[in-house]
Ligand binder design. Sequence first.
Ligand SMILES: [Zn+2]
Ligand SMILES: [Zn+2]
Length: 238
Amino acid sequence: MKLYMDLHTHTMACGHGYSTLKENIGAAKEAGLQILGLSEHGPAVPGGPNKIFFSNYRCIPRQYGDLRLLCGAEANIMDLEGSLDLGEDILSRMDYVIASMHVVCVRAGNRQENTRACIKAMQNPRVKILGHPDDARYPLDYEALVKAAGEEGVFLEVNNASLHPESARKGGRENVKTLLLTCKKYRVPIILGSDSHICYTVGKFEEALGLIAETDFPQELILNCHPEQIDRVLAVNM
Ligand SMILES: [Zn+2]
Ligand SMILES: [Zn+2]
């Protein structure tokens, strides 16, 4: 299976990443990607970039030979209402937006509350990807989540880093399996993301691919396999 994009990567700018954008671009080319996404953490993550970082994206070239760069953010879901830590004034300047729940930003509710928070965040027309909906610390109702993602045109992410044995997000494997089986059942597409915090993991999806094989997940529902669809699926309908 050929995967052409990785839209979940971080750089040194987030305060807990270890590579530069240039290093990530080099790694993406080496991995044979056609599209790399810079998805820096929103400002609510301690040590993360401030708003000005995101509003200056216009200075970054978007094409490097055969590699296209998209500049976005991994915005933080801040409460159980699905509010984000970046407003429309900043989000509207980005190529795409991921929304995620992180323990440093939002306390977990019960399954119903977490699910509602994610669905509310996905209803923001700027949000195109829900990051790592696999964290056992934020239990989710996958039936409801998958149906809502299908309705909103949001891609649920299979996060390769969550599946790493040392990941802080526990329970990833079982939850990702449930997520994949539910997406397969309702024919809702997904995206694989490396969630790289260092260039050496950019474009690497081995753990995720293991579960894709295990669940016999259909290739036509994996966005990474369809780079020609990217402009259509990231288009914002306000
Ligand atoms: Zn994250
Ligand atoms: Zn991330």
